[in-house]
Ligand binder design. Structure first.
Ligand code: CTP
Length: 401
């Protein structure tokens, strides 16, 4: 199912150059299954035309409070009824001030005041306007009023200055919105994950590694963030972008991964080891590229890498630990044994031939109650189900301490 399937979003645009990004935002929301009704202030129409927004949303665009296209002539009431959320992007400093004061002198501000649904606001303004005391006071008041503030981002601004106040990128706003609609099972919980492969050098140009796209670990990191957790992801080399909202630390070797985990582990509530860590590393790494001398193959000496999960699980004050096991046969037997050997309360197992590079996957949870199989789903569906299962068990163990 699409992320925003059947969600009805009212997208409000107030005046600002970031209006050009809202055109793309409409596309991204619709792509994910949302229905988008666009409402613009008069100032917003100076930056982008209602025709553009109508063509992209496929629905009528409203600007005027007296628009006679709406039943009963009550656009300010009708448009937000049945909506799942109003998102103001861009939200100018002036529009935020209006929201704080409860002013209703145009369609969009009246709609916000008369709403019966959540309101999310993505500020977009020059850095001095953002940092100005009245704006910061208004932001605080909006938060107290239960309004979600999305961003703002930081970086280069249309005025040529650099700093805070940029509107979040369309995909970041989509990520925030997806998060907004997820239940917050892990609110305030710190989650540490490992993901991807590790890469062990043989010489300056050759490596020993495991097959791992990192998709499962990254999807779990994102699902944990969506569930309200503060997430740190320690990742081996992958082609994936860091999930929005997640702090990523990039490493290459198993030893670097262990070092990074041990540096971050204090204060973490949950540790999820998804990485496909190379079990061995090369002991006699060559400082120069190994040449093909005649027909003899190089003699590589191996030594065992540290077991990161077992190391964390054996600490005196340890987070609640979850392991992964990709097997090629005898899944249940190996998974149960591995869970006990690593000393962890939960292990997620699957058959490697079912998951490598696949978009859809199937997994089983192994805990002290036995095996629980999850139905086949996209990596994102499975990740959300696993985060729910992890949070249930974590919260139980937390409360029974
Ligand atoms: N793991 C780890 N550090 C290692 C090896 C594995 O943290 N050096 C973690 C993985 O991230 C995973 C779990 O341990 O969560 C299972 O790893 P796996 O390599 O499949 O298990 P092993 O105990 O090495 O057993 P085997 O290789 O015999 O299947």
């Amino acid at each position: 199912m699409l992320d925003l399937h059947e969600k009805r979003i009212v997208l409000g645009l107030s005046g600002g150059i970031a209006c050009y990004k809202s055109a793309d935002l409409v596309r991204r929301l619709i792509e994910r299954g949302a229905q988008v009704d666009v409402v613009m202030t008069e100032a917003a129409t100076r930056f982008i035309t209602p025709v553009t927004m109508q063509a992209l949303s496929g629905r009528p665009v409203f600007v005027d409070a007296w628009d006679s296209r709406v039943h009963n002539n009550m656009a300010h009431i009708q448009l937000s009824r049945g909506a799942d959320a109003i998102v103001i992007a861009p939200a100018s400093a002036d529009f935020m001030a209006k929201l704080v004061q409860g002013r209703a002198d145009d369609l969009l501000s009246t709609l916000c005041l008369a709403r019966a649904c959540p309101l999310l606001v993505a500020p977009a303004m020059n850095r001095e306007m953002w940092l100005a005391a009245p704006t910061q006071r208004n932001v605080q008041q909006l938060v107290l009023d239960g309004i979600e503030i999305l961003g703002p981002g930081t970086g280069e601004q249309a005025c040529g200055e650099t700093g805070d106040g940029r509107m979040l990128e369309p995909l970041q706003i989509v990520a925030e919105l997806k998060r907004f609609f997820q239940p917050k099972y892990l609110s305030g919980v710190q989650v540490l994950l490992t993901a991807g492969p590790t890469v062990e050098p043989i010489d300056p140009v050759r490596v020993l590694s495991n097959r791992s796209s990192g998709k499962t670990g990254y999807a779990l990191a994102q699902a944990a963030w969506e569930a309200g957790a503060e997430v740190t992801l320690i990742s081996g080399p992958t082609a994936l972008a860091c999930p929005y909202g997640v702090t990523r630390i990039q490493v290459e070797t198993a030893q670097q991964m262990l070092d990074a985990v041990m540096q971050c582990v204090t204060g973490q509530d949950i540790f999820i080891a998804v990485a496909a860590v190379a079990d061995w590393r090369i002991k006699n790494i060559s400082t120069n590229k190994i040449k093909k001398d005649g027909s003899s193959a190089p003699m590589l000496e191996f030594e065992a890498n540290p077991d990161i999960l077992a190391t964390v699980a054996s600490q005196h004050t340890r987070p609640w630990c979850v392991g992964f096991a990709a097997e090629t046969e005898n899944l249940a037997e190996y998974a149960h044994a591995k869970r006990l050997r690593k000393g962890i309360p939960m292990l997620i197992g699957n058959l490697a031939q079912h998951v490598m590079d696949a978009e859809h996957t199937t997994v089983s949870i192994f805990d002290d109650q036995g095996e629980h199989a999850l139905p086949l789903g996209s990596k994102q569906d499975i990740a959300r189900q696993l985060i729910t299962a992890i949070s249930e068990r974590f919260n139980q163990s937390h409360h029974s301490r």
